[in-house]
Design a protein around this ligand. Structure first.
Ligand code: NDP
Ligand code: 8X3
Length: 254
């Protein structure tokens, strides 16, 4: 009768690494994302390898109707054991001066990073309130702490996540619900391939000349936050590559 953790965006990067680490530690999983094939493969792999229960839900966090349908369909035998929500699904699309921004890119970032996080949280919080226990871990970013050239709308969306983490902590404290905000710097995942719309050479060049964070680094940080004693909450964690002092100060070896 182990607990469940719900991870949004578990088909790649941080979310997938979290799924692997929690499963290895005997947590049951609800994994989500839009790529059904990847969900199916991960579900089978983690179930076979660790014997944990793995529920996969394929939906787009931007579509509130899908979020509601999928999460309301979970049986109470699962939701009563759901202890952690990792709001991880997110993306940057494009990087450039604000006046040259593409409105569709802005909307994808705001709809995914801010509204998607809200839609999922809105469905999960009642499960936590019911049992007066739960932990929401929001994957924000260093882009939610500082703004860098060309980062405009992505940075704004992650500043919103930072604010929502603080707001959730205030509104949910009386229900014994923990809220942790995790703000990573540069990590090599599919993030830059998505940001640069499939341009792999530009994406790879982001990580040239230094050791970026890995998805495992973030999963270990999430897992550490998730496994503190009941009376301890880590409010806000900034995690950077050693070579990155701030978004714009990167020590690269040439
Ligand atoms: P990846 O691109 O590797 O993974 C992103 C995940 O989000 C995928 O599983 C993707 O699944 C999911 N996702 C994206 N859009 C949607 C959507 N509309 N509905 C459902 N799922 C969605 O990136 P990362 O692992 O690097 O990013 C994870 C989070 O970490 C993001 O919020 C990102 O902003 C943040 N972050 C990343 C940093 C980095 O440098 N990599 C640093 C700081 C924060 P699918 O495509 O199957 O839907
Ligand atoms: C991703 C980190 O600084 O590349 O959130 O935008 S950054």
């Amino acid at each position: 009768m182990n607990s469940f953790v719900l991870i949004t965006g578990a088909t790649a990067g941080f979310g997938e690494a979290c799924a692997r680490l929690f499963a290895e530690n005997n947590w049951n999983l609800i994994i989500t994302g839009r790529r059904q094939e990847r969900l199916d493969t991960l579900q089978k792999e983690l179930n076979d390898k660790y014997g944990v229960e793995v529920i996969s839900l394929c939906f787009d966090v931007r579509h509130q109707d899908e979020v509601i349908t999928q999460l309301k369909a979970l049986p109470t035998t699962v939701t009563d054991r759901l202890d952690i929500l990792i709001n991880n699904a997110g993306l940057a699309v494009g990087k450039g001066p604000i006046d040259e921004g593409i409105v569709e890119d802005w909307e994808r970032m705001i709809d995914t990073n801010v509204k998607g996080l809200l839609y999922v949280s809105k469905e999960v919080i009642p499960f936590f309130k019911k049992k007066k226990k739960g932990h929401i871990i929001n994957i924000a970013s260093i882009a939610g702490k500082e703004v860098y050239p060309g980062g405009n709308v992505y940075c704004a969306s992650k500043h919103a996540v930072d604010a929502l983490s603080k707001a959730m902590r205030i509104d949910l404290v009386e229900y014994n619900i923990k809220v942790t905000n995790i703000a990573p710097g540069a990590a090599e995942t599919e993030f830059s391939i998505v940001r640069f719309k499939g341009d792999e050479s530009t994406a790879n060049s982001v990580y040239d000349g230094f050791d970026p964070l890995t998805a495992i680094d973030i999963a270990e940080t999430v897992y550490f936050a998730a496994t503190r004693p009941a009376h301890v909450n880590l409010n806000d964690i900034v995690i950077m590559p050693t070579a990155q002092a701030s978004p714009m100060v990167l020590h690269k070896e040439s």
